[in-house]
Design a protein around this ligand. Structure first.
Ligand code: ADP
Ligand code: MG
Length: 328
């Protein structure tokens, strides 16, 4: 059938990869750094390692081929195929090599030394992202997501645990990881599946309605809210309450943390946390949103200021915000 010729299964999984799957032991070429577990999911463990030939650091994602008694090799192959598809995109983590053992497949990934943005999202407000940081990082996230969407890939698990940083201090650039739930979307098929993380999941996923690139855009709205405030907008006391909050779009825009921000930031979030997927902003349009337009450089400010004798304060929004934080 048509979709099989395209190398894509009926469930939106890619089946063809270009990477050479190495069969000799992973440990022949890499040294695992002891005690350095970078992360862990339901079926994967990620460990830091060093390539013996180059001395370079990588993150090795060990994935079990059998999960709950099911053969999941096809899902892992799909994850590899998506990473290959996105290899020219700097906002998506780079895949360096693949090893296959009897019960595991190892993805050797570019090492993102700054860890998850989750850490700054839940940090005390003085260690958390400043609005200017969020703007820059959100622009990068959107660049990555726009690339994926242009290539008909939906991530379906965009959350602070799956957005990593190249470095922490100074704050580096983002890398999108974890394509374990990602799918190919095309007009010829509909995907309806319950998946993702409750707090970040879109209403259509809960209602078993078709999934599209707009499903990721909902998660971007939640992500922006969390990065700016440290608060999860829909999180309830339990899963049921969270799901109810999402399906009723029960979200507060009057939190103190939001009131300190540029009004455009709220408008940005509101353009995404919309029930109807087709009414949400796209990644490309988000990149054009006034909130994310580059700040005037100092020289541009000087240019404006020369016309009047009253000097403008530099970056009003940021200095006001940090002053408020000091009072807190
Ligand atoms: P899972 O599918 O189990 O969630 P992920 O790909 O999200 O697997 O990896 C789990 C965690 O491991 C991530 O949340 C992150 O903390 C860490 N991690 C994954 N990839 C890298 C990487 N390339 N560099 C550094 N840490 C990573
Ligand atoms: Mg993950």
């Amino acid at each position: 059938s048509r979709w099989q010729e395209a190398g894509q299964g009926c469930s939106g999984l890619l089946r063809d990869i270009h990477s050479v799957i190495q069969r000799e032991p992973f440990t022949e070429h890499y040294t695992l750094i002891p005690g350095k577990e970078l992360g862990r999911g339901k079926f994967a463990v990620v460990k830091k390692c060093v390539e013996k030939s180059s001395g370079r650091e990588y993150a090795a994602k060990f994935m079990r081929k059998r999960r709950k008694g099911q053969d999941c090799r096809a899902e892992i192959i799909h994850e590899i195929a998506v990473l290959e598809l996105a290899s020219s995109c700097h906002r998506v983590v780079n895949l360096h090599a693949v090893y296959e053992m009897s019960s595991e497949i190892v993805l050797v990934l570019e090492f993102a030394a700054g860890g998850e943005i989750f850490n700054q999202c839940v940090a005390e407000r003085d260690e958390a992202f400043k609005e200017e940081d969020v703007k820059r990082l959100m622009r990068q996230i959107l660049e990555g997501v726009a690339f994926l969407h242009k290539n008909n890939v939906v991530h379906l698990d965009l959350k602070p645990q799956n957005i990593l940083l190249t470095s922490n201090d100074p704050l580096g650039d983002i890398k999108i990881v974890d394509f374990g739930l990602s799918r190919m979307v095309s007009s010829s098929q509909e995907i309806r599946e319950i998946m993702g993380t409750p707090e970040y999941v879109a209403p259509e996923v809960l209602n078993y309605e078709p999934i599209s690139t707009a499903t990721d855009m909902w998660s971007i709205g939640v992500l922006a809210y969390v990065m700016l405030t440290g608060m999860s907008p829909f999180l309830g006391a339990d899963k049921q309450e969270t799901f109810l909050n999402i399906s009723q779009i029960n979200v507060s825009y009057t939190e103190e943390e939001l009131e300190q921000l540029d009004k455009a930031a709220i408008h940005f979030i509101k353009s995404l946390l919309i029930k109807e997927p087709e009414d949400r902003s796209t990644a490309e349009n988000c990149l054009k949103h006034p909130w994310l337009q580059t700040q005037e450089t100092d020289s541009e400010k000087e240019k404006w200021n020369t016309s009047s004798s009253i000097p403008e304060p530099v970056s009003t929004a940021v200095s006001t915000q940090s002053a408020d934080e000091d009072i807190e």
